[in-house]
Design a binder for this molecule. Structure first.
Ligand code: ADP
Ligand code: MG
Length: 155
């Protein structure tokens, strides 16, 4: 299975895609969200969390680095590493404990943690084309490939 390309027309489509990703991922694994400020990384995360039943706000954890969510039996950790000065900070932060369990980790700005973060099951690269967003889904390993296969079936 190779990469998957998707075009999402507006914010509503991005939220809907997040919800689909929630369903296919089974809320377990590591997803990198890459793209400039304002591309929709947090919007996608919001759609995913709502898809898992979260009804409250989803803010960008820019200053706290991580925002934890407990949704029934599932745990989701939403990271935003934009303000990380040095990837080494993640070691002190105990990043391994977050990544080792059966939680879903959504990581915005994973580039800032390069060298310390493990590889993701799925890398999502977002680019703007006007209001539209082009998503390139790059799977790594069996789990990410299964997600991409499931996501491309419904298109
Ligand atoms: P990021 O986390 O990547 O910095 P946000 O999700 O916080 O981005 O913000 C994305 C902004 O772009 C929102 O204001 C959203 O309404 C707007 N937007 C416009 N078109 C889209 C689209 N197709 N998908 C996602 N967001 C969009
Ligand atoms: Mg964001």
């Amino acid at each position: 299975m190779s990469e998957v390309m998707l075009y999402l027309a507006d914010e509503a489509a991005m939220l809907a895609f997040g919800a689909r990703l929630a369903a296919v991922s089974g809320a377990c694994g590591v997803i990198f969200l890459q793209g400039d400020l304002g591309m929709g990384k947090t919007t996608l995360s919001r759609g995913l969390l709502r898809g898992l039943g979260h009804t409250g706000a989803v803010k960008s954890p820019t200053f706290t680095l991580v925002e934890p969510y407990e949704l029934g039996e599932r745990r989701v950790y939403h990271f935003d590493l934009y303000r990380l000065a040095d990837p080494e900070e993640l070691e002190f932060f105990g990043i391994r404990d977050y990544l080792s369990g059966d939680a879903l980790c959504l990581i915005e700005w994973p580039e800032r943690g390069a060298g310390v973060l493990p590889p993701a099951d799925l890398q999502i690269h977002i680019q703007a084309e006007g209001e539209e967003r082009r998503l390139r889904l790059q799977p790594h390993g069996a789990r990410g490939e299964a997600w991409c296969a499931a996501l491309s079936e419904v298109n």
